[in-house]
Design a protein around this ligand. Structure first.
Ligand code: ADP
Ligand code: MG
Length: 704
């Protein structure tokens, strides 16, 4: 029986997609545009005029008066500069949008971070339409804007955004995969990377948020004692979603569906007031853009519900942080290469890709780590319930056994194996069935194989997916090429039709994969990544672990990494250098903003409250002593002394923080903030709740 389905009405209504293209463009132009989109090619200039015209009509029918080239600058958020369709033609006001305006824009780019690529005298930047990500309508309470997703680069052609390198990395992977698949006897086809980005976030009541300068300015709480109940009972995960939150989620999904974003799953996360939204996976570039819109929509919709959406990686100390699990896979000609498949030939392709990914992660763990570095994620990587800062690959028990049988057939043959036993022979044996859920139990790995895709769990909740995905595509392209090099050298490839490979080809492949696994299997770890023992074991295996952002970013300057990006045409040395500079600067600025904010809260809000409490205590003590009643005096004395000592400690820590902010490095700021926080959090328990100037964790974390 065929499943009955129903068209989802309104889905994609605000996207210039298939329906709009067919309605607003001529048949011929529509066809050309569709094939441009499908093949990821640049727009044919001869149709640009008509496309722009149709797009404007479509947008104006939806209430738009303006258009903008929407792009992803290095700030990590999105950028837009609106222009109206209005033109004066011989004094007559007309609405117009030309093909030229559609294809390129020229915003003044001088205030976007460029890491030295663009000096102010050549402040021009260019945006170029990326037809593979469709135009969409962004609404506000009193109108709408046509948004055209674009790449953003400098006058010199160097990229100033997060989209350009991603597109280049996709091309690189496409080239490598095509080359490999040709050796497997396949004709040329399109390689599509796919991404499903699970987005975690916290919600907090806006009234509390307003009273917390740390949340307003830094996105996370810089102070706050742990509440009596946090996530100990683990009763929030997958719990019933409170009505207030459900109504928010419903609104978010309606908005996303209009934008053609397939929001699919919603649930409570582990920490109280923490939630997750997962869309169905899409083509990578589109999914990255969509995730930016998901974050926008979460933030905007929260406002309408009297809430604030916190996308910071660690809004609260002591409870889980938020990540953005990047589910990634690669398909070729429509077939997912990370799907084990059903026959020995498909299995061979799968095992080749699996080995390539393992080799890639092992060879460039430092780059993957760098791709998820940031001030926010520093609080999350390695902390409670988060993947550790060591990059390792989880493959699950069944695959681990397959790998072992593949890598060391002699050894595997000699021992009693759970599955059929002996060596695994490529091209001859089929893989045992690998149930998807069995591969997905381990949530502690930063990079896990989950049945037919890899899930990169280290990216932080606030970041743009493009950075980590650019690195992943590039390192896998290199690993695929390394295997293709050896296959080519073996002289056994391309001698048979698909599915009819010679035994010599399979033997050669087996040898190549064995060698690769031998060199790289140290990165495979199927145990519990949160156990302290793993960090030690990882060090023994020689796996790198960069504890913080500055040390992680050092990877971007390593010569072998520079040549990797240059070789694959993903980033030039200068582009890479500029990015490192931008990320380091962003890190330093964020840490300093937090430091200054902590200082201001401590000295302007907390200290006066402690002082008032102290005075009251001292006065009460004096009164008690005068009254001649001896009971209570000891408690009051102890309390006043503790408050006094707290003030002394705060004063000392504030001095240290001030000095660090004035002339110390970021590490000094962080350390001063940490010790200031300890004092303040302990005072929180001493000072009357009615007097405490900040909403407490127990207020903020329980929404309902
Ligand atoms: P969880 O990791 O919470 O168990 P799921 O297994 O449902 O969740 O999948 C998480 C995400 O992975 C979803 O966004 C889903 O669309 C995506 N996904 C599934 N298959 C692929 C694939 N082949 N490529 C990329 N993402 C995928
Ligand atoms: Mg997941």
């Amino acid at each position: 029986m065929t499943q009955e389905t129903e068209k989802a009405t309104g889905y994609g209504a605000d996207v210039f997609g298939k329906d709009a293209i067919e309605t607003y463009l001529s048949k011929d132009t529509a066809k050309k545009l569709q094939s441009t989109i499908r093949e990821g090619k640049p727009l044919d200039p001869s149709i640009a005029g008509e496309v722009a015209h149709g797009m404007r009509h479509w947008a104006m029918d939806r209430g738009a008066t303006h258009y903008t080239h929407w792009f992803l600058p290095m700030t990590g958020s999105t950028a837009e500069k609106h222009d109206s369709f209005l033109e004066l033609k011989d004094g007559e006001p007309v609405m117009q949008f030309s093909g030229k305006n559609l294809i390129v824009g020229e915003p003044d780019a001088s205030s976007f971070p460029s890491g030295g690529i663009r000096s102010t005298f050549e402040a021009r930047g260019y945006t170029a339409w990326d037809p593979t990500s469709p135009a969409f309508i962004k609404r506000h309470s009193n109108g709408a804007t046509l948004c055209i997703p674009t790449a953003f680069c400098a006058y010199t052609g160097e990229s100033l955004d997060k989209k350009t390198p991603l597109l280049r990395s996709m091309q690189a992977l496409d080239r490598s995969v095509n080359r490999l698949m040709k050796l497997f006897g396949r004709g040329a086809a399109h390689t599509a990377c796919t991404l499903g980005a699970e987005q975690e976030y916290f919600l907090v009541d806006k009234e509390y948020w307003k009273k917390r300068p740390d949340l307003v300015l830094a996105g996370r709480t810089l102070f706050g004692a742990p509440p009596a109940k946090g996530q100990q009972l683990e009763d929030h995960y997958f719990g019933a979603i409170p009505d207030r939150v459900l109504s928010f989620m419903g609104d978010v999904e309606r908005e996303l569906w209009k934008l053609g974003i397939p929001a699919k799953t919603r649930h409570n996360e582990v920490a109280p007031a923490q939630f997750e939204l997962a869309p169905q996976f899409e083509e990578l570039n589109l999914a990255c853009d969509h995730n930016m819109l998901v974050m926008d929509t979460l933030r905007n919709t929260a406002e309408k519900h009297g809430l604030k959406c916190l996308l910071h990686e660690k809004p609260y100390a002591g409870v889980n942080g938020s990540g953005k699990h990047n589910n990634w896979s690669v398909s070729f000609g429509g077939r997912n290469l990370l799907d084990p498949g059903s026959d020995p030939h498909e299995n061979a392709v799968f095992l080749t890709m699996l080995c390539a990914v393992i080799a890639a992660v092992d060879s460039h763990a430092d780059l993957l780590r760098a791709s998820v570095a940031g001030a926010g994620n520093d609080h999350r990587l390695g902390a409670n319930e988060a993947p550790p800062a060591v990059m390792s690959v989880y493959v699950g028990d069944q695959l681990a056994e397959v790998i072992e049988r593949l890598a060391e057939p002699a050894k595997a043959a000699g021992r009693k194996s759970r599955a059929a036993g002996a060596a695994m022979r490529i091209g001859v044996d089929t893989l045992p069935a690998i149930p998807r859920d069995a591969t997905d139990r381990n949530r502690t790995s930063p990079f896990a194989f989950t049945g037919n895709k890899f899930e990169f769990r280290a990216p932080g909740s606030s970041v743009c997916c493009s950075g980590p995905m650019t690195v992943l595509n590039t390192i896998v392209a290199e690993a695929v090429d390394a295997i293709a090099d050896e296959l080519e050298a073996s002289g056994t490839a391309g001698k048979a039709r698909p599915g009819e490979h010679t035994a010599a080809f399979h033997d050669a492949l087996q040898g190549i994969l064995q060698k690769s696994l031998e060199a790289h299997k140290r990165v495979v770890f199927n145990g519990n990544g949160y156990e302290p023992g793993w960090t030690k074991e990882a060090a023994k295996r020689g796996l790198p672990a960069a504890p913080d952002t500055p040390s992680a970013l050092a990877a971007l300057a390593r010569p072998e990494n520079v040549s990797l990006f240059e070789k694959y045409g993903v980033m030039t040395k200068r582009e890479l250098e500029s990015r490192r500079e931008i990320f380091l600067e962003e890190y330093a600025k964020k840490v300093r903003i937090e430091g200054a904010c902590a200082r201001d809260i401590a000295s302007g809000m907390v200290f006066p409250a402690v002082k008032a409490e102290y005075l009251e205590s001292v006065r009460a003590l004096e009164t008690a002593e005068k009254s001649g009643i001896s009971s209570g005096a000891a408690a009051l004395r102890e309390n006043a002394a503790a408050l006094g000592a707290g003030m002394d400690a705060m004063a000392a820590d504030l001095k240290e923080l001030e000095a660090a902010l004035a002339g110390g490095g970021e590490a000094a700021v962080i350390s001063a903030m940490r010790s200031l926080r300890e004092v303040v959090d302990s005072l929180e328990r001493r000072v009357a709740s009615s007097r405490w100037p900040l909403p407490k964790y127990c207020d903020m974390l329980f929404l309902y």
